[in-house]
Design a protein around this ligand. Structure first.
Ligand SMILES: Cc1ncc(COP(=O)(O)O)c(C=O)c1O
Length: 411
């Protein structure tokens, strides 16, 4: 078996290649899909997930907890596997909460973040004893009332919209006016209100962004997060048993992007834990990550149905596309469309040609690879999109044009 490189940064570092064929979970992908030859598929490789979590353990202070944000990939097998490797799960809906509970995770180690939780979701959260990350004063009042009606003390944390932003993030979720959490300016008053109610208040959730590849920006945000949490603890004279400092660790998707340099982040966290030992020595410090844990573990694979030349350009027409993988099509938050890492999964390392790989939808947006150097492919070959383990299947408009849905396989 050999490991081959792609055109730019190489997701193939995570995988082996045998007979020019992508290997996942020690099997050629064609064997994995032998029962489903014509069906587009997402395949998730547990060994890559393990590798990513191990890389975090190496740099994080031993006392720090890792929570997996299952929104990145809520496939029950994936969640079940990861929950055995981390200290907790974060969910974003009632259905995700059911997946998290079914995974066997202790409810005390499950948190529920996200604005606009419904009464049913709050009720389920309170009945199951998980932590609700309160996103507003209304939600605080609702949770309190539901708790009284049920005769159960709700377990809550307060999500803060900090007065700083996480610079250079793919998605900024803090600083300025935001729908997430309560503004720093009113946080102290809300904490006082929480403490005066019949609630089990466990601490703060400060989540400032997603998909960040800049070590310096992450270090700065983490440092400000500790300072903010310490100031709020001081002002409100409240002890926190848990402090969730968010995550935001990104992965490289596009040419020129490099993997996050983890060591300096770990060093800074060691320093912060020392610096705030008096304040947070008995507080569990949590980092909440999705994409970093699962993103590189997943590959989306579909089949070439047709191949044609249009005015000198080669098009590979696939049986999958934007409807299965919105993010790889460039329509999930990208300002300028860029190619995910793509290859022809059964011809890796063979002769190449310039081609575009497009889906079957009647829209020019349905592109998975635009004008890329790919192994020279024929009809019935397989196109693979790497880095598809996070925000792939679940963030795609699967019913658009009513094509069959892809299958998901965990190996
Ligand atoms: C509250 C919360 N937690 C965790 C995540 C996961 O982020 P990522 O997958 O980038 O780690 C998000 C992403 O939007 C989020 O909003």
């Amino acid at each position: 078996m050999t490991k081959k490189s792609l055109e730019h940064h190489s997701p193939l570092n995570f995988y082996n290649v045998e007979d020019n064929c992508l290997v996942m979970g020690e099997q050629k992908f064609t064997d994995i899909l032998s029962q489903h030859k014509d069906v587009p598929a997402y395949i998730y490789d547990s060994s890559v997930i393990k590798q990513k979590i191990d890389s975090l353990r190496e740099i994080l202070p031993k006392s720090m907890h890792i929570h997996y944000a299952i929104k990145a990939n809520p496939m029950p097998e994936v969640v079940g596997y990861i929950q055995g490797l981390v200290e907790g799960l974060d969910v974003a809906s009632g259905l995700e909460l059911k997946v998290a509970l079914a995974s066997g995770t202790n409810p005390k180690d499950i948190s529920f973040a996200g604005p606009g939780k419904s009464i049913d979701e709050l009720t389920l959260a309170i009945k199951s004893g998980i932590t609700i990350n309160l996103e507003s004063e209304t939600e605080l009042d609702r949770a309190t009332k539901i708790g009284e009606q049920l005769g159960i003390t709700p377990r809550v944390a307060l999500r803060i919209n900090p007065n700083f932003e996480l610079k250079t993030s793919g998605m900024k979720m803090s600083g300025g006016p935001k729908q997430f959490g309560v503004d720093t300016e009113i946080a102290n008053d809300i904490i006082k209100k929480i403490v005066s109610y019949n609630l089990d208040f466990i601490g703060l959730h400060i989540f400032s962004g997603s998909q960040n590849l800049k070590t310096k920006a992450l270090i700065e945000a983490q440092t400000k997060t500790f300072a903010l949490a310490a100031a709020l603890a001081e002002q409100s004279a409240t002890e926190f048993s848990k402090l969730n400092i968010g995550g935001s660790f990104g992965i490289p998707y596009f040419p020129g992007e490099k993997p996050l340099s983890l060591e300096p982040i770990g060093e800074n966290l060691h320093l912060l834990l020392d610096q705030y030992a008096d304040r947070f020595g008995n507080t569990s410090i949590i980092t909440e990550l999705g994409r970093f844990i699962v993103g590189e573990s997943g590959v989306y694979i579909c089949k070439i149905i047709d191949k044609k030349i249009s005015r000198g350009s080669t098009f590979l027409i696939l049986n999958g596309g934007l409807h299965h993988h919105l993010a790889a099509s460039g329509n999930f938050g990208q300002v300028i469309r860029k190619n995910y890492p793509v290859t022809v999964a059964n011809k890796i390392g063979l002769e190449t040609e310039r081609a575009s790989a497009v889906g079957p939808l009647c829209t020019p947006l349905d592109i998975l690879a635009q004008d890329m150097i790919l192994p020279k492919a024929d009809i019935d070959d397989y196109v693979a999109v790497f880095n598809s383990g996070a925000y792939g299947y679940t963030s795609s408009p699967l019913n658009f044009l009513s094509h069959p849905h892809p299958i998901e396989v965990f190996v």
